[in-house]
Design a protein around this ligand. Structure first.
Ligand code: TXD
Length: 308
């Protein structure tokens, strides 16, 4: 049986996500955007790349959500991205209206689908999707931690001159400047980075990770990152469709884990065909726990601004 993934929003992140999914032959793709002709054009372009690249998957584009019917997974990227000088929270009002509408549409056509949100402010929009959809919380999640850890891994590998493949990293908390990268759980071939770098270097890499999204926005000037965000979203799609039981940091609704309740925030989870199959709780130091609480408080105060 062929799997189906709907990608909502055919902009930078959405189009690249769709491209990665069809190229990897993970699923057929339904690509939706409000701009007339644009998702149709990008989908047709990707269909015409298939003979050259050799993929057998099918992609269709439309302005009508009817094409998303029966999707196994939906990736939501609709909304406005940041411009230089904007924080992720500056996007709140505009993206709240968009995400509310998008969620109603996608639930109408795919009530059983697992939803992966990418739109910012990430944790808050994921919470909104959870509220509007009324879905099982196991089936709603946001992509941030996979990207944040990828960025941290990149900077660690660059600093030490080692392969990124041997670097693994751990980040908790909201997708914002308050995210909490955990150095003692970040390793190179199993060796904690605290054994390989001094504290000053680690602090510098953590700061760069926190600001990594802004660094790209500053360089691009007209939008935000999309190659690494789409790669990260697709890793989550793959974990679900292939039931890989991967352990990823994802933005999910907490129900008391880490002392956080009824709030979407980034924590390590097991991802498989049922969605979030487990939230993994690890012991934090007092300092780490306090940083996570501060991050959760920042998310909570933005959630409150939505008035839902
Ligand atoms: O780590 C992360 N989670 C992120 C988040 C990393 C990178 C980007 N992140 C956020 O994703 C970013 O802040 C934005 O909120 C979204 C999408 O970013 P992208 O760079 O893809 O933005 P684009 O290129 O502007 O694309 C957004 C598309 C655009 O084509 C709009 O026409 C469309 O969304 N859009 C809609 N599609 C369907 N339905 C509705 N209502 C709609 N409104 C806008």
């Amino acid at each position: 049986m062929r799997n189906k993934v709907a990608v909502i929003g055919a902009g930078h992140v959405g189009a690249t996500t769709a491209q990665r999914i069809v190229e990897k032959e993970l699923a057929d793709v339904a690509l939706v955007d409000i701009v007339e002709g644009m998702p149709q054009g990008k989908a047709l372009d990707l269909m015409e790349a298939a003979p050259v690249e050799g993929y057998n998957t099918i992609i269709e584009g439309s302005n009508d959500y009817a094409i998303t019917k029966g999707s196994d997974v939906v990736v939501v990227t609709a909304g406005l991205p940041r411009k230089p000088g904007m924080s992720r929270d500056d996007l709140l009002a505009k993206n709240q209206a968009i995400i509310t509408e998008v969620t109603k549409q996608l639930v109408k056509y795919s009530p059983e689908a697992i939803i992966i949100n990418v739109t910012n402010p990430l944790d808050v929009m994921t919470q909104l999707i959870q509220i509007v959809s009324g879905n099982d919380p196991k089936k709603v999640m946001g992509m941030a931690g996979v990207l944040d850890t990828a960025r941290f891994r990149t900077f660690i590998a660059m600093e030490l001159g080692v392969s990124v493949r041997d670097v693994s990293a751990f980040v908790l908390g909201g997708h914002g400047d308050s995210m909490v990268p955990l150095a003692r759980y970040s390793t190179v071939a199993g060796i904690p980075i605290t054994e390989l770098m001094d504290q000053e270097t680690i602090d510098r890499l953590i700061q760069r990770t926190r600001k990594a999204g802004g660094e790209i926005v500053g360089l691009l000037k007209t939008g935000s990152a999309y190659y690494s965000p789409s790669a990260s979203a697709v890793a989550m799609v793959e974990a679900i469709l292939r039931d890989q039981k991967r352990i990823f940091p994802c933005a999910v609704m907490c129900s008391g884990q880490y002392g956080i309740k009824d709030l979407v925030v980034g924590v390590p989870v097991k991802l498989g065909s049922a969605g979030i199959e487990e939230i993994i709780e690890i012991k934090l130091t007092d300092e780490e726990a306090a940083a996570l609480q501060r991050s959760a408080d920042a998310v909570r105060s933005t959630v409150a601004k939505m008035g839902v």
